[in-house]
Write a protein that binds this ligand. Structure first.
Ligand code: 13P
Ligand code: SF4
Length: 352
């Protein structure tokens, strides 16, 4: 539906009143009505890097989810305030690994005698606490656009990797990009004693994958790939690496949201594409490329409900609060967590 013209006008007016004081970042999964007001759009890596691009801006309005706003707070100066227009915009995957569970897992690894040779690699989609754990233990953060380089680096530092919290990104990257055997990947289940693994399994494994997943990408199935291939002959299947291993294996191309966008920009007119990622982005891509056939990989999968919480009314509310000098919804990571989380984030930014 078209945006309420009154709200569009209010957002414009508040943004104009703020001028250089505000910098608005928008993740590719955001609604069109929100993306329209973003100064910069990107995947989670690009947004982490760009967050610090406007040191003069007093406010960074993050149109994305909670872990992204935390990362922006960690990577920007003390003076800058990061605002998340709806505090309920979390990420179900990030919620699958708590600080207590991860500390317990590290104890399990220590009891098996492998903690010393294990390097934690945590997906950006994790809380600041998990990033701090990663930094404390000499690990790195990764995103879907640099997971291969992050794992290569980690294996230059130790013998094993504890990959948090997305088992699919961890497995897909290890198997597809590093050539690690599927049998050398084990899944640590935080809801079972000892992660549901024996000390021997932990000693034999190369990749210890946390049992987390994305509730959106986890729903694409092998059948959806087979169905679309039967329906559209010659279709290119392009999916995000948060999809299950069998989906990624059956796809033609795999990459982050930024990669997906670039791939379609470079695609020839008349080509057909089935995209396995969040629906706002797929719809926007279909609109932007009327000369190509772009379909959603599986019609039963829907939006990321938490990304969608940031809508025009919330954006207007946040911008007007800033313009009135009464900031709402500030995201602030405490100093100790920030210190260690920053080590892990900076390690990611320093990856070759
Ligand atoms: P990227 O934008 O890094 O591809 O990540 C997708 C995602 O799920 C963000 O929550
Ligand atoms: Fe989290 Fe998945 Fe939504 Fe990304 S798409 S924010 S990983 S639930």
């Amino acid at each position: 539906a078209p945006s309420d013209p009154d709200l569009v006008e209010r957002a414009r007016a508040a943004k104009a009143r703020l001028g250089e004081k505000v910098f608005i970042l928008g993740h590719h999964y955001q609604r069109d009505e929100v993306i329209e007001f973003a100064d910069v759009t990107g995947d989670s890596f690009k947004l982490a890097r760009d967050a610090a691009a406007r040191p003069e801006a007093e406010y960074i309005v993050f149109c994305g989810v909670h872990f992204m706003a935390e990362s922006a707070d960690i990577l920007t100066s003390e003076r800058q305030q990061v605002i998340l227009p709806d505090l309920a915009a979390g990420c179900s995957m990030a919620d699958m690994a708590s600080a207590e569970q991860v500390a317990e897992c590290w104890d399990v690894l220590a009891d098996a005698g492998v903690a010393d040779v294990t390097v934690p690699v945590s997906y950006m989609n994790s809380s600041a606490d998990i990033k701090a754990f990663t930094g404390r233990h000499g690990g790195t953060i990764c995103t879907s656009s640099n997971a291969q380089r992050a794992l290569e680096w980690a294996f230059s530092q130790g013998e094993k990797v504890l990959f948090l919290p997305d088992q699919h990104l961890g497995r897909n990257t290890a198997v597809r990009d590093l050539g690690i055997a599927l049998e050398d990947c084990v899944v640590y289940n935080p809801h079972k004693p000892g992660g549901g693994l024996t000390p021997e399994q932990l000693r034999d494994a190369k990749m210890i994958l946390w049992r987390g997943h994305c509730s959106v990408h986890g729903r694409f199935s092998l059948e959806s790939v087979e169905d679309v291939r039967a329906r559209i002959p010659g279709v290119n299947v392009l999916v995000h690496p948060e999809c299950k291993h069998e989906v990624v294996t059956a796809a033609d191309h795999v990459g982050s949201t930024e990669y997906i966008i670039k791939m379609l920009d470079a695609a020839p007119a008349g080509s057909a594409w089935a995209i396995g990622t969040e629906l706002n982005l797929v719809r926007r891509l279909a609109k932007a490329h009327p000369d190509k056939q772009i379909v959603f990989l599986d019609k039963t999968v829907c939006f990321c409900s938490t990304m969608n919480r940031i809508d025009l009314p919330h954006l207007v509310w946040a911008l007007e609060s800033l313009a009135d000098g009464k900031p709402v919804n500030r995201i602030e990571v405490d100093a100790d967590t920030e210190h260690f989380a920053k080590l892990a984030l900076e390690q990611m930014l320093a990856l070759p």
